[in-house]
Design a protein around this ligand. Structure first.
Ligand code: G4P
Length: 534
C-alpha cells in the first residue's frame, strides 16, 4: 500500500495511486508553465516548449480562434495522464478565459482536487477567487503553489494571510523561500527537512537537494549566506508560532491548504509540489449519484460525461465525450449501458490523452479520464454503467446571462444552422432556445466572447456565415412544476415560451419584474436558473 495520508485506505492499489486534479489560477500566474513542467517530470514530454505555444495562443481572441481551428491540440490538452513516482496523475485542463465559467465548473466536477497557482507578486486575484469558490462548493482539497519567486514578490506572511482571509481556508507552509527576487536562493522544505537550491543557469534542471538535520545543522551555513540564514531561522520560528501545522485530514476535507513556493519557469519547487499531490492529494473519491452513490472500488465499471468536444475533424462530424471513470476497471471493447437511453454501447475506441498524443486506452481505472468518440449519443451529464440505472448528480447547467438572436446569412440555410446550433448546445458551448412563436433561434451564453467564438466555429465547421443580433429577451428560466399547471402557464404566456435543445420548457423575458411576479402569482410553477444535466 502507498504510504500516504488518505481517507479511503482500502482502495485497490491501481485506484489508490491515481490523483485526478485540475489547476486553477488567474491568467498569467503560470498555469501553462507549471503544466509543462508536470509533463516534463512525468516523462510525458521530452522538452520544455511544447505546451507553451498553446498557452500563448490563449491570450488573444484571434489566436484563440487559431487554436480552436487546431482542435486536435485543444482536445489532447483537455486531459493529460502521466506517471510520477508510484502515482498516476490525471490533469484535467480548465478553460482559461473567464467567459467559460460553466465549462470550468463542469470540469471541476470531474476532479478530486485542485492545484491553485498564484503569482507571488500579485497574491489572490479575481479569477483565482472565483474558481476557488467553485471548488469550495464541493469541498475539493486544494494544494497551493506560489509561483514566480525568482522575481520580486510580496512578503510570505502577507501572501499567506491574504489567502487565509480572502478565501477562508487555513494555510500551512510546506516550504519556505530563502531570499527574494534576485537574491532568491531556493526553499527550505519544511515537510522533509531539506534545503532545495535553485539553478538559474538551466531552467529545466531540477534543484539541488541537500538533506539537513534541523535548522541548526552547520551544513545550512555552507549554502546560505549568514544574513539570509538568520532571516530564515527567524521567519520559520514565527511561522511555527503563527501558522497551523500540516494536518493531512484537514487538507483532504478542504479546510486547509499546504503552500509550496517556487518558480515554475525555473523548474523550481515543482517536484516538491508533485510529491505533495501524491502524498496529500486525495485518491479517487466517492461519486454522488442517484439512487445511490458510487464507490470507486466497486468491481462494476461506471463513469460520467463531463465534457463533449465536437468537430475535431470537420470532415467527419465526430465528437469526443470526456468520461471520468467513477468505479471499477474498464477494459477496451466493454459494453456499457448508456443510462439515459437504456441502450448498450460498445466502447471499442476509447482514447487516453498523453500530452500531445492520444492513444487507444486498453484499460482505465476509477479516477481516469477517457475520451469516447461517438456520433452525438453521449451528452454532458450522461452516466455509463454495466447495467444499473445510476445517474451521477451535481453537473449543473446554468441559465445564460446574455441572450442574442441568430440568423444564417443565407436564409435558405436555416436548417443547417439549426443542426449546428444543436450540436454546440449538446457540447455545452451555448444554450439554444427555439421560441414557440416565430422563426429563428435565441442563443444564450455566459460571456460575450462566446458569441464570437460560436460565430467563427459555425462558419469554420459548417461553412455557414451567421449574424448575431439583439434579442428582445435578456433572461431565461427553466419552467418546472405540476404538468397541468405548466401547460396552463405555457398557453397563457406563449410569446415568452421557448424550448431548449433537450425539449425542456424555458421562459424568456427582459424583466426581472416578470420573474418575480410569476413567482408570486403562480406558486404552482417553478422558474429555475439552473437545471441538472441528464
Ligand atoms: P498562464 O498559463 O497562467 O496564463 O501563465 P503562463 O504559464 O503562460 O505564464 C505567464 C507568464 O509568466 C509567461 O511569461 C511565463 O514565462 C511567466 N512565468 C511563468 N512562471 C514563471 C516563473 O516562475 N518566474 C518568472 N519570472 N516568470 C514566470 P510571458 O512573458 O508572458 O511569456 P514568455 O515570453 O516567457 O514565454
Amino acid at each position: 500500500m502507498l504510504d500516504t495520508a488518505q481517507n479511503r485506505p482500502d482502495l485497490p492499489p491501481e485506484i489508490a495511486r491515481r490523483r485526478t486534479f485540475a489547476i486553477i489560477s488567474h491568467p498569467d500566474a503560470g498555469k501553462t508553465t507549471l503544466t509543462e513542467k508536470f509533463l516534463l517530470f512525468g516523462g510525458a514530454i521530452q522538452m520544455a516548449g511544447q505546451v507553451r505555444a498553446k498557452g500563448e495562443a490563449r491570450r488573444t481572441r484571434s489566436d484563440f480562434m487559431q487554436m480552436e481551428k487546431d482542435r486536435g491540440i485543444s482536445v489532447s490538452a483537455s486531459a493529460m495522464s502521466f506517471d510520477f513516482k508510484e502515482f498516476r496523475f490525471n490533469l484535467v485542463d480548465t478553460p482559461g478565459h473567464s467567459d467559460f465559467s460553466e465549462d470550468t465548473y463542469r470540469t471541476l466536477t470531474a476532479v478530486d482536487a485542485a492545484v491553485m497557482v498564484i503569482d507571488g507578486a500579485k497574491g489572490v486575484e479575481s479569477q483565482t477567487r472565483k474558481l476557488f469558490e467553485v471548488c469550495r462548493l464541493r469541498d475539493l482539497p486544494i494544494l497551493t503553489f506560489c509561483n514566480k519567486m525568482d522575481r520580486e514578490s510580496r512578503d510570505v506572511f502577507e501572501i499567506i494571510d491574504e489567502i487565509q482571509e480572502n478565501l477562508a481556508i487555513d494555510v500551512t507552509p510546506a516550504s519556505w523561500p530563502i531570499g527574494q527576487g534576485r537574491d532568491f536562493l531556493g526553499c527550505y522544505d519544511i515537510l522533509r527537512d531539506r534545503l532545495e537550491l535553485m539553478d538559474r543557469a538551466d531552467r529545466n534542471k531540477v534543484a539541488e537537494s541537500i538533506e539537513i538535520n534541523g535548522l541548526d545543522d552547520p551544513k545550512l551555513a555552507e549554502h546560505v549566506p549568514a544574513a539570509l540564514l538568520a532571516q530564515l531561522r527567524e521567519e520559520l520560528e514565527m511561522a511555527r508560532e503563527l501558522l497551523p501545522k500540516l494536518n493531512p485530514q484537514a487538507v483532504l476535507e478542504g479546510h486547509m491548504t499546504p503552500i509550496w513556493f517556487g518558480s515554475a519557469i525555473n523548474s523550481f519547487g515543482v517536484k516538491e509540489l508533485m510529491n505533495g499531490i501524491g502524498l496529500y492529494g486525495p485518491e479517487p473519491q466517492i461519486q454522488s449519484a442517484t439512487p445511490r452513490e458510487i464507490l470507486p472500488e466497486e468491481s462494476k465499471v461506471s463513469g460520467f460525461v463531463f465534457k463533449v468536444q465536437a468537430n475535431m475533424d470537420p470532415k467527419h462530424r465526430d465528437r469526443v465525450a470526456f468520461v471520468r471513470m467513477a468505479s471499477g476497471h474498464f477494459k477496451r471493447g466493454m459494453k456499457l449501458t448508456h443510462v439515459r437511453s437504456k441502450k448498450p454501447m460498445a466502447i471499442s475506441n476509447p482514447v487516453l490523452f498523453l500530452a500531445s498524443d492520444r492513444e487507444l486506452a486498453e484499460e482505465a481505472w476509477a479516477g481516469d479520464i477517457i475520451g469516447i468518440p461517438n456520433h452525438g449519443q453521449l451528452r454532458i451529464g450522461d452516466t455509463l454503467t454495466e447495467g444499473e440505472a445510476l445517474r451521477v448528480t451535481g453537473i449543473p447547467s446554468f441559465a445564460p446571462e446574455l441572450l442574442q438572436g441568430v440568423r444564417a446569412g443565407d436564409p435558405m440555410k436555416s436548417k443547417h444552422l439549426e443542426k449546428a446550433l444543436m450540436q454546440f448546445a449538446e457540447e455545452g458551448a451555448a444554450k439554444v432556445f427555439k421560441p414557440s412563436i416565430g422563426s429563428g433561434f435565441i442563443v444564450g451564453v455566459v460571456g460575450q466572447l462566446q458569441f464570437e467564438v460560436l460565430a467563427s466555429r459555425i462558419e469554420m465547421e459548417y461553412g455557414l456565415p451567421v449574424r448575431f443580433e439583439a434579442s428582445q429577451f435578456t433572461s431565461a428560466r427553466w419552467v418546472n412544476g405540476d404538468r397541468v399547471a405548466v401547460d396552463k402557464f405555457v398557453t397563457a404566456n406563449k410569446q415568452h415560451i421557448a424550448h431548449d435543445h433537450d425539449g425542456d420548457i424555458v421562459y424568456l423575458t427582459r424583466l426581472q419584474w416578470d420573474i418575480d411576479r410569476i413567482e408570486r402569482d403562480h406558486p404552482e410553477v417553478k422558474l429555475t436558473a439552473t437545471k441538472e444535466m441528464m
